[in-house]
Ligand binder design. Structure first.
Ligand SMILES: Nc1nc2c(ncn2[C@@H]2O[C@H](COP(=O)(O)OP(=O)(O)O)[C@@H](O)[C@H]2O)c(=O)[nH]1
Ligand SMILES: [Mg+2]
Length: 367
């Protein structure tokens, strides 16, 4: 299972362009009727350590981690209003790990803006309100059902339902003040309750400001200014030159690097988006080695060895015996797994070991 990110944004903001840039896709951009099917694609997570490991261990196969992007190609608000057909697309957003909001900053007379003018702040607010709108619809539906069920509920069950009702009313009041659920301080019980709902305003949000090539010189300043206003826990802002990145994404690595240097771009847009997403989601990378294959994985920081094994295969979680672990840095320093074992850098760890970013792991398990 890969990390799953839903792309949202106003019409013509560059959602499909950014989707293509990230996934190397060639989905049609420009004006398209809403309710079109979503675009789904994967990006390989750039991970230089994986290349180094591959060079060193000479595996038969090298598999990078992936992030899955879904460009739903419709406004959240219209999906909420349409329900039926909107439902499936909305579900995709609701099951995403994070949302990526593409906000238009590039000027282009030939691309009409739905609001008639460019205004990054206004568009960020508009999108936040669409997410609020969607969550309020969920809460209202649930509250109606609760009303119904309370009529018949008996004492023990009644207490739980009343508690849920009270919590939902509290969140509703916050949402009505345009406060997203992700910025509320939730108790453990509330967090548990919330997990059952998949609220859109509860998801980490990456705001990608789509700039033109001509705006590249102001990109850093713009990023700082917008971050000051919007970046907080679970929200980040970055600028990206969507169209340029999409075009570069179609070139081979060395040609792309050459153009990047000409534009003064230090790293690829994909790199920057992935880095911010990882920060936002608190993800770390580990590497698994097994039967001639080396593979990179992304897991939330604080994941135990047995859960990390489960990410690879449920059998590995169920039959977990132990993990042989060496840190990437140690492995690179000593040169081989055999040498790592000799020097005692390769350790045996149990189920509860917390996997660290850069761990190279061989899982031992029973089937
Ligand atoms: N000039 C310029 N045009 C862009 C940029 N990004 C997207 N576009 C154009 O804006 C239009 C809408 O882009 P698209 O990705 O289809 O937007 P979507 O409706 O959000 O999916 C297309 O004609 C794109 O070529 C950009 O950075 N600069
Ligand atoms: Mg589109």
């Amino acid at each position: 299972m890969s990390i799953d990110i839903g792309i949202i944004g106003l019409a013509q903001s560059g959602k499909t362009t950014v989707f293509n840039a990230l996934t190397g896709g060639t989905a049609g951009t420009g004006y398209t009727a809403e309710t079109q099917a979503a675009h789904v694609g994967v990006a390989r997570v750039p991970e230089p350590r994986l290349q180094t490991l591959a060079g060193m261990l000479q595996p038969k196969k090298v598999v990078p981690a992936e992030v899955r992007y879904t460009d739903i190609g419709a406004s959240v608000k219209s999906l909420v209003a349409a329900k039926g057909i909107g439902g499936e697309l909305l579900n995709r957003l609701e099951s995403a790990d994070a949302l990526l909001n593409v906000v238009r900053a590039f000027p282009d007379e030939s691309v009409p803006h739905p609001e008639g003018s460019l205004d990054v702040e206004r568009d960020i607010t508009a999108m936040n309100l669409e997410l609020v709108f969607s969550d309020l619809a969920i809460i209202e539906r649930r509250l109606e059902r609760i009303e119904e069920s309370l009529k018949a509920a008996r004492a023990p069950e009644r207490q739980t339902v009343l508690h849920e009702q009270e919590t939902l009313l509290k969140w509703k009041a916050e949402l009505e003040k345009d406060i997203p659920i992700r910025s509320l301080d939730l108790s453990a019980a509330e967090t548990k309750l919330m997990a059952g709902y998949q609220f859109l305003t509860a998801k980490p949000l990456l705001i990608v400001v789509n700039i033109s090539e001509a705006q590249l010189s102001q990109a850093d300043a713009l990023e700082k200014e917008l971050s000051a206003g919007h970046a907080r826990e679970k929200t980040r802002v970055i600028t990206l030159c969507g169209k340029l990145e999409m075009e570069l994404g179609q070139l081979d690595e060395s040609a792309a690097a050459e153009f990047r240097a000409e534009f003064g771009l230090e790293e690829s847009g994909l790199n920057r988006v992935i880095k911010s997403s990882y920060e936002l989601l608190g993800l770390v990378s580990f590497f698994s080695t097994a039967s001639g294959e080396i593979r990179a994985w992304s897991i939330p920081g604080g994941t135990s060895a047995v859960k990390a094994a489960g990410k690879i295969h449920s059998d590995m979680e169920r039959g977990f015996i132990r993990a042989e672990v060496i840190h990437y840095d140690d492995l690179v320093n000593c040169g081989s797994l055999a040498e790592g074992r000799k020097q005692g850098l390769l350790r045996l760890e149990g189920k509860d070991y917390i996997v660290q970013d850069g761990d190279v792991i061989t899982f031992l398990f029973n089937v």
